[in-house]
Design a protein around this ligand. Sequence first.
Ligand code: NAD
Ligand code: TDX
Length: 343
Amino acid sequence: MNIIVTGGAGFIGSNFIFYMLKAHPDYRIVCVDKLTYAGNLSTLKSVLDNPQFRFIKVDICDRPAIYQLFEEEHPDVVVNFAAESHVDRSIENPEIFLQTNIIGTAVLMDACRKYGIKRYHQVSTDEVYGDLPLDRPDLFFTETTPIHASSPYSSSKAAADLLVQAYHRTYKLPVTISRCSNNYGPYHFPEKLIPLMIANALNNKPLPVYGEGVNVRDWLYVEDHCRAIDLIIHKGREGEVYNVGGHNEMRNIDIVKLICKELGKPESLIIHVQDRKGHDMRYAIDPTKIHNELGWLPETKFADGIKKTIRWYLDNRTWWETILSGEYKNYYEQMYGKRGLHA
Ligand code: NAD
Ligand code: TDX
């Protein structure tokens, strides 16, 4: 089996590559990544010499380069992780989200149509469903919940999902879509809540919680997401959407307090800053379909996963400190300066 993994130098894509090379040592994995600010080749250093692995720096919107790659590789499966993924950046500058997340998806699927494919898998997000109210804990996102995106990021992902479904119906492209809740784990870029709070706490810097911090996210350890995608590409039914999530809802403020406790840092580091525009209140996935059809269940409990994640950030300081010392400094100053916080 020859699999093209796009966005494999980012957080979930790299974890997926490690997972697949271990679970299926006879598979060939070709990683396609533009290496944007969020992509990091050093993340992949442990597999760069693996003869079953190839890295190629390509933008998924670059049609000739993508077609050339398909001619060379004849992939059986494409798993598309490549995306602009940060909601706050999408609020500042939506356009690149439309380009990569929508046009890039179309280019990849056109290549699949032209050269033939056994499966195109789109890695989507629970954010396409919008949000749920805090006072209705009985409500969950199912695969039939209407698309109702809130941010430029989530609407670009929703548009991509619609295109994927349209290519299935119109061209009979053999597609699947997974919509997963918030992931956490190793190699998570430190602009996102959990790694940002770990890095700031370790540096004794303020911990900027948006608004009251009562927004709820449904957290899943990244390896559980990777296993779900592995199952879907092998056993999932063509044309279907699978929700992936672990019934692990937490308020942001409680996560930040837990990180303080685990690191022995005072809660006085927490600062409430200006809220995110259009901030989604609660995400909660109903994973019944993937459980019933494919037997998937999350394996890592949050209490264990967060300890493992914190340990990884303690053991891999160079990885995130290198990021923090680069272009990220300007991003942080701008994004959090606006919210009333200065480094
Ligand atoms: P990330 O930002 O860490 O990684 C994205 C990767 O895509 C980077 O390596 C980047 O260089 C690459 N990339 C960006 N634009 C590209 C382009 N035009 N061509 C080629 N490569 C490009 O993101 P992540 O958190 O790993 O998310 C991966 C996917 O999973 C995304 O599609 C995201 O929407 C989805 N998702 C993420 C989460 C989460 O909690 N992080 C949850 C559900 C779904
Ligand atoms: O500094 C912060 N302070 C804060 O309170 C940051 C970065 C975030 N937050 C809040 C906003 C959210 O309510 O924490 C929550 C989580 O924020 P993010 O880590 O930015 O994730 P979220 O917006 O929930 O989106 C994530 O999950 C779904 C991923 O980034 C998306 O790519 C994925 O689709």
